[in-house]
Every structure is written in structure tokens, then in C-alpha cells.
Design a binder for this molecule. Structure first.
Ligand SMILES: [Zn+2]
Length: 181
């Protein structure tokens, strides 16, 4: 099982499943967003991605940061999905399907962003005998999974995560420079 699958499995068997069953997601997301107003998500992204350089270990220990990040990120994706009108939410059935879509996009994009390495070459882009890895064509990036529309949205959200982290890093280094002056 690759990282993304293990991640999704862990996420689905964590307390987040309770959220779904108890339909308390919106309240939880609102609380998480309030907790981390402003630069919050950027520092969380940075902590989860780079904490000790071992995302796998963090992930396997069921990191509280990761669970919190996924909760906040899911709320953001829901916001963006609605703003951008990814799908109709006219009927209750539509709204439920939309929620499921937003969740899948949030989970896949976060898993891919955290560790989207090609499984064939572990991200090196080359095989052991120094040929170009066929599955990833030498890019070292794994497939994000999912089909057509969903895949496209997940890739969009990967770019958003990257942009959030970069603006966080830029802010953090500006603050750091400021502190040293
Ligand atoms: Zn590869």
C-alpha cells in the first residue's frame, strides 16, 4: 500500500469518521478555522510537512497535527468548491454527493502534496539500473488518483497547498529578518 492509501485509510479510521457519522463536521471545521485564523494553516502545513523530515513516521503515529490539518483543509476545500461552483447542491442528494466529493478532493490533495512520490522509483525518477522510470516518465511524481473532474480539482488543490506554504514561508522569513534587524 502506498503512502496515499495508508494515509486515507488512517484518516478514515480516525476520529474524522465520527464527524461524518455525527454530522458535526461543520461545527468542528468552524472551530478549527477559528483556532487557526490568519497564518495558522501555513504554519500547520509547514509543521506537518517538515516537522522532523519524516512524514511517514508522523503519519504512522496518527499525528494530531495531521488530523487537525486535514480538518481545516477539508473546510477550505468545501469553501473553495462552493465558491467555484464545482457541483450543484440543489437537492439534499446533490449536497450529500458534493460533501463526499469535497472530502475526497481534500484527502487526495493533502496526501499527494505531503508525499506524492512515484512508487516505482520512490521519487528518484530513475530505476535501479539508471533508466528512466516508466510509470512516472522520470518525473518522480506519483499519480494523484481519481478520475477526470475529481483528479483535476485535486491537482488544483495541490497547487493551493503549495501556494499557502510558500506564502507562509515568505512571511516567516520576513518576520525572521525583521527580528534580526
Ligand atoms: Zn517513478
Amino acid at each position: 500500500m502506498g503512502f496515499a492509501d495508508r494515509y486515507l485509510h488512517a484518516v478514515n479510521s480516525s476520529d474524522l469518521r465520527d464527524d461524518e457519522h455525527h454530522h458535526a463536521t461543520d461545527a468542528l471545521c468552524a472551530a478549527a478555522l477559528a483556532d487557526t485564523a490568519g497564518a495558522g494553516i501555513g504554519s500547520l502545513l509547514s509543521r506537518v510537512k517538515y516537522a522532523d523530515g519524516t512524514q511517514h513516521k508522523l503519519f504512522e503515529s496518527g499525528s494530531a497535527n495531521l488530523a487537525q490539518l486535514l480538518r481545516i483543509w477539508t473546510a477550505r476545500v468545501i469553501e473553495k468548491g462552493r465558491e467555484r461552483k464545482w457541483v450543484r447542491e440543489g437537492t439534499a442528494w446533490d449536497a450529500q454527493a458534493a460533501q463526499a466529493l469535497y472530502r475526497r478532493v481534500a484527502e487526495r490533495s493533502l496526501a499527494h502534496w505531503l508525499d506524492g512520490k512515484c512508487e516505482g522509483c520512490s521519487g528518484s525518477g530513475n530505476t535501479a539500473d539508471r533508466r528512466i522510470c516508466v510509470p512516472c516518465k522520470g518525473t518522480g511524481r506519483g499519480e494523484i488518483g481519481g478520475g477526470g473532474f475529481e483528479r483535476e480539482k485535486a491537482l488544483d488543490m495541490v497547487s493551493e497547498l503549495e501556494a499557502l506554504l510558500q506564502s507562509h514561508n515568505a512571511r516567516a522569513s520576513a518576520l525572521d529578518r525583521g527580528a534580526r534587524v
